[in-house]
Design a protein around this ligand. Structure first.
Ligand code: PHE
Length: 326
């Protein structure tokens, strides 16, 4: 019994086997216990000898089991430590770096250029009233832009703004007749167009407005030429064509010259209409102003040579990754 038990204990490979062996040999129903129980049948001379032997075996097995338990526990811990080590020499996972969206990049660049010329950035709501989107800007009641077919109306008085020009009266009213007014306002605008390569039902504009004493058409031209040359290069030529907007008089459209494509329209502008100044609390006898508006998508398309406005909104990573360094 002793020899069998010893070899089995020594060759146990895990803690569970060891526990089982302990029960098998030393437990209440174990083999050694049954030897002790069988002692009743022995002669009085044999009993102390067998008893002493049994006790010796028990002590021996107990100490064997406890040292083996220790040994196995240590092994288990070491194995765990070995398996859980981190190999710090393995190459790391590459980090993916995002790119600024081309529209965001142009927006920020335009803001920087105009801030450099003394403009402040203003804001206005995208859900706008007929009053600020049309009425205060001298649109006649029957102007086609006011048609339900051309604009997104929420009710007859409220619509999604069709241009950022709605911030002109908002800004002037907030200023309460104070000068100078010198703001730009970037933001989303909405029109009921069918989406195609050059149209989108939602796009972005940047509006500009300057009101002060003695503001002239030449200042308008100087500011916009500076902006265009900073954006497209200092050799870029511009051309002013007469145009019409209800809220400016005279009105112009500004083209830039592209060696490949010729003259391309990029801006609407003009001197603020006296009636617009008056409606917003500025006496046109004392003050003049100019305003301009341009599409951020349009500028981005010209600058980066993008041929379809829908690329900006599709979130195709192959398109967006090209701007990684912008
Ligand atoms: N609001 C005009 C448009 O959306 C642009 C514009 C702004 C024209 C300011 C003149 C002055 O087309």
């Amino acid at each position: 019994l002793k020899i069998i038990a010893e070899t089995k204990i020594k060759s146990a490979h895990d803690l569970n086997t060891l526990k089982e062996l302990k029960v098998k040999f030393l437990g209440k129903k174990g083999e050694l216990t049954s030897v002790l129980r069988g002692m009743g049948g022995l002669s009085p001379e044999e009993r102390p000898q067998v008893g002493a032997l049994a006790n010796e075996i028990r002590n021996r097995l107990e100490s064997l089991i406890s040292s083996k338990t220790e040994e196995l526990e240590e092994e288990k811990l070491e194995k765990q430590l070995r398996e859980q080590t981190v190999d710090v020499t393995l190459p790391g996972l590459p980090l993916t770096v995002g790119a600024i969206h081309p529209l965001q990049a142009i927006w920020e660049q335009m803001e920087d250029i105009f801030i450099g010329m003394g403009f402040e950035v203003a804001e206005g709501p995208e859900v706008e009233t007929d009053k600020y989107n049309f009425e205060m800007l001298n649109f006649l009641k029957e102007h086609p832009a006011r048609d339900m077919q051309d604009s997104f109306y929420i009710n007859p008085e409220i619509l999604l703004r069709t241009h950022t020009s709605s911030v002109q009266p908002r800004t002037m009213l907030a200023k309460e007749g104070e000068v100078p007014v010198r703001i730009i306002c970037p933001g989303k605008v909405y029109r009921r167009d069918s989406d195609d390569a050059t149209h989108s039902h939602q796009f972005m504009q940047i509006e500009g407005l300057v009101v002060d004493r003695g503001v002239s058409m030449s200042e308008l031209k100087g500011v916009l030429l500076t902006f265009i040359q900073k954006m497209f290069g200092k050799e870029t030529e511009i051309r002013l064509r007469p145009s019409f907007f209800p809220f400016t008089e005279p009105s112009v459209e500004i083209d830039i010259y592209d060696p490949q494509k010729g003259w391309l329209e990029i801006l609407g502008a003009g001197m603020v209409h006296p009636r617009v100044l008056e409606k917003s609390g500025y006496n046109p006898e004392h003050y003049t102003g100019f305003a301009f508006g341009t599409g951020i998508e349009r500028i981005a398309m010209l600058k980066y040579g993008i041929d379809d406005i829908r690329h900006f909104y599709n979130n195709d990573l192959r398109f967006l990754r090209q701007f990684q360094s912008e």
